[in-house]
Write a protein that binds this ligand. Structure first.
Ligand SMILES: [Fe+2]
Length: 195
C-alpha cells in the first residue's frame, strides 16, 4: 500500500501575510475560506500564486487545536481525495526535550466492515463520515509537526495533538485525480516530494 501521506519539499516559514492578524492564539479555532480575497489577506500573494498555478485552489481551511487535544473517532471527508496541509507547531528543542514523545500525530485507518455510513455536517457545514474506534484499524501514523505534506482524506483519519498547540493550513484543490496514487505521482513529477 502507498503510505497515506507524503512530505513536501515546500518552504513553509514566511508564507503568512505580515499584515494578517491571526484570529486565534493557542485555543480551538476552525474556519473555511472560500474566496481569493480572503486567501490573499492570510497568505503572501506569491505563495498563493505558487500553489494556485500548480492546481487551482478551491478552499483553504484553518484548524488550530490546543495542546493535548484529541478525538476518539476518525472521519472521512466525502468526495475529497487529499489535502495539502501546512503545519505550524512549536519547534523549540528545549520544549521538545521537556515533553518527550508528545509530538502531534495524524493517524489513518482501514475500515473493518464496508457498510454504508451516513454523512454528517460540522458546525462550519463541512461534510464528514464518522467512524468509531471499534469500526477501524490503525494502518499508518505520522508526525507532521512543522512540515508541509499531502495527506489522504478519503480513508478514516484523525489527529492527536501533543505538547503545544498546532495550526494546520489545509489547502483543497480542483482536480481530476482518480485515486491517491495519481495524487502522489503528480507531486513526484513536479519534484515536490522528497524521495
Ligand atoms: Fe479530514
Amino acid at each position: 500500500m502507498i503510505p497515506p501521506v507524503a512530505k513536501l519539499n515546500l518552504e513553509i516559514n514566511n508564507i503568512l501575510n505580515p499584515s494578517w492578524e491571526k484570529p486565534f492564539s493557542t485555543g480551538f479555532y476552525i474556519k473555511n475560506f472560500d474566496t481569493f480575497d480572503e486567501w490573499i489577506t492570510i497568505f503572501k500573494p506569491c505563495f498563493i500564486d505558487k500553489l494556485h498555478s500548480i492546481l487551482p485552489i478551491t478552499r483553504i481551511m484553518i484548524f488550530n487545536k490546543p495542546a493535548n487535544w484529541s478525538e476518539e473517532s476518525a472521519h472521512i471527508d466525502p468526495n475529497v481525495l487529499f489535502a495539502l496541509n501546512i503545519i505550524h507547531t512549536l519547534n523549540h528543542s528545549l520544549i521538545k526535550k521537556a515533553y518527550q514523545n508528545t509530538e502531534s500525530y495524524m493517524e489513518w485507518f482501514s475500515i473493518k466492515e464496508g457498510k454504508e455510513k451516513p454523512i454528517n455536517y460540522s458546525d462550519s457545514n463541512t461534510p464528514y463520515i464518522k467512524y468509531d474506534p471499534k469500526e477501524i484499524d490503525l494502518i499508518h501514523k505520522e508526525c507532521l509537526d512543522s512540515s508541509a505534506a499531502i495527506v489522504r482524506t478519503d480513508i478514516p483519519h484523525r489527529i492527536k495533538i501533543g505538547y503545544g498547540h498546532r495550526t494546520c493550513y489545509s489547502f483543497r484543490f480542483s482536480n481530476n485525480f482518480k485515486d491517491w496514487s495519481e495524487v502522489v505521482n503528480f507531486y513526484k513529477n513536479i519534484g515536490w516530494i522528497f524521495n
